[in-house]
Design a protein around this ligand. Structure first.
Ligand code: DAH
Length: 338
């Protein structure tokens, strides 16, 4: 029996040594240690041995089983190491990693956030209103008569119900004064809609920032100071700002605001950037009627308002030549604002 066990052990160790791959190793394990394996078969031969021979044979069998199991373990580890090495071959762990590109905010969002931040420093609170509006909030309450061209079907998107897509964010002035007692100091960024022919400077959906300040003694000087501060914070301390008399139905007096643009290699030039003015008493009259009280009676309060295109601000700030780039979502364009 001794020779038989030694033979099995020698065969097992040789088979294990030559095994290529885990599968062959497993086959070897089954062939020698499995239920029907050779060593297992040899152990059943113990039955025929004498009392004295049994313990000796038992020891030999155990030793053989131990040696084969150890050889299997060692070989398995060696095979795994080999596989790991093969997988890592050609891989240079000292190379720098591939950077993940994390996205960035859209330039319009960045600009709007900046505008809101500047106005907040001056005490303006955020306000909002619906994009589907009534004619009252978009025009009548803002002293815009029925025959005004902005109310034309050619310029404004109307619904069958008679409601419309707001043509400006000035509607939020009206809604704010309807729902809040003076003083109010709000800004309202948001979309506005016009039936414009789409080209490099026009879209039918665009973005505006409206502002309104109403209190007991608001004057033109406050309006100028506020907006000069705003444009200097937005475009730089040395930005020149100019107010030109203009007409808007909802303000009197009204102004258009120009800022002087300095582009490298070009002569500085004034460009129009916003509309503003002192809230027209007729607007306060409408608000008073709508509220049914006299908190906004034109004898009690004065105010200023302003409105500007956020898209236009972005185009000026970054020298963007075509407004359509702002809605095309071309990653090559957007990445430049990271
Ligand atoms: N609503 C005007 C527009 O869309 C902009 C504007 C001008 C708003 C003067 C104002 C303002 O509040 O006072 O062109």
């Amino acid at each position: 029996m001794k020779e038989e066990i030694e033979q099995i052990q020698a065969d097992a160790l040789a088979t294990i040594a030559h095994a290529v791959g885990e599968q062959e190793l497993d086959t070897a394990r089954i062939a020698f240690l499995g239920k029907k394996g050779r060593l297992t078969a040899a152990s059943s031969g113990m039955k025929t041995l004498s009392k004295e021979e049994k313990p000796v044979a038992g020891q030999l069998l155990n030793a053989a089983r131990g040696a084969i199991t150890a050889a299997l373990d060692t070989k398995r580890t060696a095979l795994q190491d080999e596989a790991d090495r093969a997988a890592l071959e050609g891989l240079d762990l000292t190379l720098p990693g591939r950077a993940l590109h994390s996205g960035n905010l859209h330039p319009l969002t960045q600009l709007k956030d900046r505008a809101v931040q500047i106005c907040r420093r001056l005490g303006f609170a955020l306000a909002e209103g619906p994009e589907i509006e009534t004619e009252f909030h978009c025009f009548d309450a803002l002293n815009t008569p029925p025959e005004h061209p902005a109310r034309n079907e050619k310029d404004t998107f109307y619904f069958d119900s008679g409601k419309l897509l707001r043509t400006h964010t000035s509607t939020v002035q009206v809604r704010t004064m309807e729902s809040q007692a003076p003083p109010v100091r709000i800004i309202a960024p948001g979309s506005a809609y016009r039936r414009d022919e789409i080209d490099a400077t026009h879209l039918s959906v665009f973005n505006q920032l409206e502002g309104l300040y109403v209190d007991t003694d608001v004057q033109v000087g406050d309006l100028k100071g506020t907006l000069e501060f705003f444009y200097r914070a937005m475009f730089g301390e040395d930005t020149e700002v100019r107010f030109r008399p203009h007409f808007f139905p909802f303000t009197e007096p009204s102004f258009e605001i120009d800022v002087k643009l300095r582009v490298k290699g070009q002569d500085p030039r004034w460009i129009e950037i916003a509309g503003c003015g002192m809230v027209d008493p007729a607007v306060f009259e409408e608000i008073s009627k709508s509220r049914g009280d006299d908190l906004y009676h034109p004898d009690k309060v004065t105010g200023f308002a302003f409105g500007m295109g956020i898209d236009r601000l972005a185009m000026i700030k970054w020298g963007i030549k075509d407004i359509r780039l702002l809605i095309e979502n071309d990653a090559r364009f957007l990445r430049q604002f990271a």
